[in-house]
Design a protein around this ligand. Structure first.
Ligand code: 5OB
Length: 415
């Protein structure tokens, strides 16, 4: 990824030479350039600001040095044509996304950071004083064809964009493959599923009279995953209750979960086509089974799998999951939730329901998901699943998918 930062304080960006990002730069994963805005001011005092039209306190950054700085980055002029209405919406790869840190911008979230991490080129314009002349943004968007994003770190004021740009560059670059050594540590952290992270413990198990929770020493990975999920919810409720409205896990209205019957088949077909459309787009494949099956296929599957459906209070079929015993393991599949009821924990509940109905002798629960479906893979990891090594999968392999497995303790048969 190429990164450019334009600032009147290039020294503020020095920390980027250190640590993880410095290493990523040396390894060629990040190509970072810091530019001094004053190099593009031509008067004796290298002036970059002036008083605001309409009056008011403070100073405003003048447009000319910004235009020249952007020009020096090699932003290609002909891209403007591509940005006109009706043309492609995406910034052409030859141009950067222009990020202007500012408290009046769009909030930087983990989801937004992921989107930015997929860009080949980001240019940061760090403002000082009261802000930058509005025509700089218009020029960048209309004349240069750039996607312009004003981005805020949160509802507080800083003296300038530099510290915010540092935070944004760290949040984004650590998501570039290879920058952080262990990809699992990216998946399993705060905010990756919209909740705060559960508490962490390390040795010693007893310290100044304080014990590590017993369950974490039990070796029972299913119980540990449940405990951590519960602790994450409690912590989120206490510290960031507003996140629960978006991600949350208990605030599903009364929904009835029951075994599917043959009469559910048409609605299941509609829901699966709706739900797997995104998968088709991610995988760029329109031949995946849930998309191409017809009504008879769905009816036949109901006879071969244990399937459960959820209906809302009005009777609409809004979720489903299925499972079957397959050579000593429990295979779970077709986990789906209607688009308007996502991020409320319904999928998690459906999955837990399918898991709870595994035969007592089962020690592994297996499922497949799209090889490129990172959001789904994150959910399964959160639920205690891990990818199977590709040479040791338990289920028949399906092109374009990866297998995830969760080990569960075999229960003693009741006698
Ligand atoms: N406050 N995010 C929150 C910010 C901010 C101030 C900034 C830039 C980003 O510059 C003044």
């Amino acid at each position: 990824m190429r990164l450019d930062v334009v600032t009147i304080f290039p020294d503020y960006l020095r920390p980027l030479d250190l640590s993880l990002i410095g290493k990523a730069r040396r390894e060629g994963l990040v190509d970072l350039h810091v530019h001094d805005l004053r190099d593009f001011a031509h008067d004796r005092h290298r002036t970059v600001d002036d008083t605001p039209y309409g009056g008011g306190a403070g100073m405003v950054m003048t447009p000319q040095p910004w235009a020249e700085a952007m020009n020096s980055l090699g932003v290609s002029g002909q891209a403007a044509a591509a940005a006109r209405p009706g043309a492609a919406v995406e910034t052409p790869a030859a141009n950067p996304v222009l990020i202007v840190p500012g408290p009046a911008g769009r909030l930087l979230t983990q989801e937004f950071a992921r989107e930015l991490a997929a860009q080949p080129w980001l240019a940061f314009a760090c403002g000082r004083y009261e802000g930058i002349d509005e025509r700089v943004y218009e020029h960048a968007a209309d004349d240069l064809g750039l996607r312009v994003e004003i981005v805020s770190l949160g509802d507080y004021v800083l003296n300038g964009g530099e510290v915010a740009a540092l935070a944004m560059i760290e949040a984004v670059t650590r998501l570039i493959p290879g920058v952080v050594g262990n990809p699992a540590s990216i998946v399993e952290e705060s905010h990756s599923d919209g909740l705060l992270e559960h508490p962490l413990y390390t040795k010693p198990s007893s310290w100044r009279g304080r014990e590590v929770p017993r369950v974490l020493r039990s070796g029972d990975h299913a119980r540990i995953a449940d405990w951590r999920a519960q602790a994450a919810r409690e912590r989120t409720r206490a510290r960031r209750p507003e996140l629960l409205g978006q991600s949350a896990v208990e605030e599903v209205p009364d929904l009835e979960l029951r075994p599917a019957v043959p009469a559910d088949a048409p609605e299941l077909l509609v829901l699966q086509r709706c739900c797997w459309l995104d998968e088709g787009r991610i995988a760029d494949s329109w031949t995946i089974p849930p998309l191409v099956e017809d009504l008879d296929d769905v009816r036949r599957a109901l006879a071969r799998w244990s399937t459960w459906v959820v209906r809302d209070a009005a009777g609409r079929l809004v979720g489903s999951v299925r499972a079957r015993a397959h050579e000593g393991l429990w295979e779970v599949g077709r986990l789906m939730v209607a688009p308007d009821l996502r991020r409320r924990g319904l999928g998690r509940r459906l999955l837990a329901h399918a898991e709870a109905l595994a035969p007592v002798s089962v020690t592994s629960i297996a499922l497949i998901t799209g090889a490129a479906s990172t959001a789904n893979q994150r959910r399964y990891r959160r639920a205690g699943y891990r990818p199977s090594p590709s040479e040791r999968t338990l289920l028949p392999s399906v092109e374009g998918t990866v297998e995830f497995v969760k080990r569960v303790a075999a229960l003693p048969e009741l006698s």
